[in-house]
Write a protein that binds this ligand. Structure first.
Ligand code: KG4
Ligand code: ZN
Length: 381
């Protein structure tokens, strides 16, 4: 038996304004009662990226109504929720201020506890809501602002195994699209063009491939794409398609190498799960015996079918389960924030006080060093 908990979640760290209500019953069955997301994509697309000031204003304008809508769709009132969970970092500070202050005001007015949530923790724990995963597991977060491989040991226990030393993967897709004249966001456009392209035409670099460390680097790849585009300009549609396909292949090969090493390291750290025999070890040391270890993906880049295919094949080869939550829960949303609040409350953790402040930088793993160049757009997750 676990305590019945129902949480209102608020997310405003980047360009999505979101509110949601999530509950878990005494038998441990979770239920998403509402999930409201307002994307600001149209407001930013003319600028080719997220404009922080526009984002903050849009959050202010939309958030109150969105929260009302989330409560209405869930058919509950504030009295019926046990706590408020609001993203307090990392992200764009204007948006974080809007969401966290709103969360504080509601918590104060309704006399409910407040949980200030790390956005990355939201991404990290989503697979427990959607797939009931037990700890530990590996999580690959690939979005416009982050590229991180994280060991999720438990609620509040995260180890960053790898991160980008320059551009995030989504950023590399966006920049590649921009220099090829494709629309923002670039990922879907590059993927679409790549379908008709020859992926062997350009031999783009695969940064850090072969290195023992688990970090990523994508800026050299972007430079190589620019060079190739300049060399053969003016570009025909076929040229653009070939560049996109070759770019995607290089990314795919890079992920295969980096994540492949991550899976090996996981096996080395939790050997009791390989093979699935021997005494049960419990969640402190590894997945329950017989249960396959899992790799979870999150972030907008997880929508890419070629990359998904690569990761699925890699997991199959290494005896891992590949878990990709539904896309609307992979990208930014408030369900994951409500769920992270629920998980924290369920551990008996004390809520945050009302003087908690938003943090534009907030690594999940406080022991992880900051790498050079990391986080140019690190505000975005
Ligand atoms: O997680 P997300 O929606 O937003 C944040 O970054 O917070 O991720 C957006 C990123 C963008 O860089 C976008 O180009 C990329 O995800 N993306 C893709 C695809 N769909 C979205 N990248 C590659 N292939 C896709 N199909
Ligand atoms: Zn995110």
């Amino acid at each position: 038996m676990v305590p019945f908990l129902r949480i209102l979640g608020i997310e405003t760290s980047c360009d999505e304004t979101a509110a949601a209500v999530v509950e878990r019953d005494a038998e441990g069955r979770s239920n998403v009662l509402s999930d409201v997301v307002l994307s600001q994509l149209d407001e930013h697309s003319a600028y080719g990226g997220v404009v922080p000031e526009i984002a903050a204003r849009a959050h202010v304008e939309a958030l109150d109504e969105l929260i009302e809508e989330a409560l209405k769709r869930a058919n509950v009132s504030l009295n019926d929720v046990d706590a408020i969970a609001a993203t307090s970092g990392p992200g764009l500070i204007g948006g974080l201020l809007v969401g966290l202050m709103t969360g504080k005001a509601i918590a104060r007015a309704a006399g409910k506890p407040l949980y200030a949530i790390n956005h990355l923790e939201g991404h990290a724990l989503t697979a427990r809501l959607t797939d009931g995963l037990s700890f530990p597991y590996l999580m690959l977060l690939v979005s416009g602002g982050h590229t991180q491989l994280i060991l999720v040991r438990g609620v509040g226990q995260y180890e960053r195994w790898g991160t980008t030393i320059d551009d995030a993967l989504g950023e590399a897709f966006d920049k590649t699209a921009k220099l090829l004249g494709l629309p923002y966001p670039g990922g879907p456009a590059v993927e679409r063009m790549a379908r008709d392209g020859n992926s062997d035409r350009f031999d783009f670099p695969r940064p850090l491939v072969g290195e023992a460390r688990l970090d990523f680097s994508f800026s050299g790849l972007k430079t190589a794409v620019r060079q190739a585009a300049q060399d053969i300009a003016p570009l025909s549609d076929q040229d653009v398609a070939d560049i996109c396909a070759s770019f995607q292949k290089a990314v795919s090969r890079t992920l295969k190498d980096r994540i492949g090493r991550g899976l090996q390291r996981f096996k080395a750290e939790f050997p009791t799960t390989f093979p699935a025999t021997g005494p049960a070890t419990g969640p402190a040391t590894g997945p329950a015996t017989g249960e396959k270890p899992a790799l979870v993906v999150a972030g907008g880049v997880a929508a890419n079918l070629e990359l998904r295919g690569t990761l699925q094949a890699l997991c199959d080869k290494n005896g891992f389960r590949f878990v990709a939550p539904p896309l609307h829960l992979c990208t930014d949303n408030a369900v994951m924030i409500a769920w992270a609040g629920l998980e924290r409350m369920a551990t008996g953790a004390a809520p945050d006080t009302l003087d908690v402040q938003p943090r534009s930088r907030w690594p999940l793993d406080s022991n992880a060093e900051t790498l050079i160049g990391f986080g140019k757009r690190g505000a975005k997750a």
